[in-house]
Design a protein around this ligand. Structure first.
Ligand SMILES: NC(=O)c1ccc[n+]([C@@H]2O[C@H](COP(=O)([O-])OP(=O)(O)OC[C@H]3O[C@@H](n4cnc5c(N)ncnc54)[C@H](O)[C@@H]3O)[C@@H](O)[C@H]2O)c1
Length: 245
């Protein structure tokens, strides 16, 4: 079933998320604060390294599918234009205060039925939902970069997230070719398992480097050779964008 989806933020993650969901058949409205950012997002989605033209060249999409996806995707600075939708995915910078204010303000203008999903890298779903009247329709949907390529769909349910919200987001993620895994925030702990495990490993890698045991390149090489990781812990974030670093 196709939905109307608003994506807030057209940076590294938002533009890729918008692209994936437009390819998946949804009408997507992607909103950012300036025309300059939107122009970069438009060209990234069209002719960028992970954009639709590149997908056509790699045989992942036909030209017709790419054109249809571009036709379903619009970019705007107008908040109202991106709010009257079934689902809003937020990909604005990783700042808890910013996200909490953002969701509180959006809650006042978005339709009651609209599901709110955050692509936060690790903030508690309950904290982000705290200023809204819809904790049952609030969920974490954690993507990895580049969104058009990576299969990650870490779905984080908060203590009050409803089954129907989880089901909707899992269905959308699977239909978009991702591998949804549902994890949960609890009263004592938080979800975002991929980043929790990654940062635990990163702390130890940093300790090894600080102790003078090995340098970063050596750590990366050892983890690739020992565990067949495609990339070491340092190489893994080399291309990460501003909102995450
Ligand atoms: N970059 C990554 O590898 C990665 C991976 C997973 C999750 N994330 C998460 O995704 C989120 C976004 O990260 P990013 O790397 O895309 O950041 P980014 O800086 O590339 O993009 C963020 C965009 O949000 C815009 N913005 C700020 N306030 C806004 C508002 N009120 N409405 C609409 N747009 C607004 C900014 O202008 C900017 O273009 C963060 O929460 C980050 O932790 C990032």
């Amino acid at each position: 079933m196709s939905e109307r989806i608003g994506v807030m933020g057209a940076g590294v993650m938002g533009s890729g998320i918008a692209q994936v969901l437009a390819i998946s058949g949804h009408e997507v409205i992607c909103r950012d604060l300036s025309e300059e950012v939107l122009e970069m997002a438009r060209s990234g989605v069209d002719t960028g390294r992970f954009g639709v033209k590149s997908a056509v060249e790699r045989g992942k999409l036909t030209i017709e599918e790419a054109d249809a996806a571009l036709g379903r995707l619009s970019f705007t600075t107008d908040l109202d234009a991106a709010v009257d939708v079934d689902l809003i995915i937020e990909a604005i910078p990783e700042d808890l205060g910013l996200k909490m204010r953002f969701w509180r303000d959006l809650d006042a203008i978005a339709p009651q039925s609209t599901i709110f999903a955050s692509n936060s890298s690790g903030f508690s779903v309950a904290a982000m939902a705290a200023g809204t009247e819809r904790p049952d329709r609030f969920i974490g949907w954690h993507w990895a970069s580049p969104a058009p390529v990576m299969k990650l769909a870490e779905i984080v349910r908060g203590p009050q997230t409803s089954d129907s919200t989880v089901d909707t987001v899992v269905r959308l993620a699977a239909a978009a070719g991702k591998n949804p895994v549902v994890v949960k925030d609890t009263d004592r702990s938080w979800g975002y398992v991929a980043n929790r495990v990654y940062f635990a490993m990163m702390r130890e890698a940093d300790r090894v480097v600080a102790e003078g045991v090995a340098d970063r390149e050596q750590v990366d090489q050892l983890m690739r050779d020992c565990f067949r990781w495609p990339s070491g812990p340092y190489g893994m974030v080399a291309g990460a964008g501003s909102g995450w670093s």
